[in-house]
Design a protein. Sequence first.
Length: 295
Amino acid sequence: MEIADVKAKPALKTKKESSIKRGKILERLLVYGLLIGLSIVFIFPFLWLIGTSLKPENEALTFPPTLIPNVWDFANYKDVFTIVNFGQYYMNSIIVTVGTVLGTVLSSTLVAYGFARIKGKGRDVWFVLLLATMMLPPQVTMIPVYMIFAKLGWTNTFLPLIVPAFFGNAYFIFLLRQFFRTIPKELEESAYLDGCSTLGIFWRIVLPLSAPAIITVALLSFMWTWNDFLGPLIYLNDDAKYTLALGILQFKGALLIEWGPMMAASVLIILPLIIMFFVGQRYFIEGIATTGGKG
């Protein structure tokens, strides 16, 4: 009997392990199936966008719509630059976006480092006030801010879209402050003993170690500015200064919409965002994952 019990226990153990293994495999298959299904749902509009951009105008309006064009027509991408001044819109968006990203990164990193490391009276109070500004809807300040820029004579220029970025962004300051607090203080203290200044420590030690968080801020700032519609709509009234968000509306006439060229323009607008994300994807995920390790 004892020998039979000893032989039975490994058999039961093996059955239990195989059952657990089958359960894990089934769970993994369900997760992968769900992810693949959701990926198809989210990627379908993008595939339809690309397909429509390659269709002739008569096929783009057929019902029911088709995903793959019956006739591949690349003329829509050529028409984008002939129907409207799309090249100028692209350059305007690049100017505004690059200026905004540079201003956001420069100002937010400096302010965030001050809140994270520099001790001073009322520092925490100022930080709470900074966070409180995120609860203020932009619609509340829209008219007063416009009046200020109008008094300065900055309307119909890129200045109202770029200059505010050099005064920091509350969300990005919070994000970077949390990341800076995860950097060991011993590194900075050693640099102080070697005679390095606060600015030198910030430039030579903190910034290189904070590359994931800074790239995350740059990517988010790039995405928000590149897609911004309300800001250019308020401050720009000259067609030659329109950004892409405004320029794409030029394909929509009073009686006719150029669907093919509009879809082609949309693909060209989305393309830089896709490239930027895939280039900085590793840093973006790392920056989000490691931010907030300390309170």
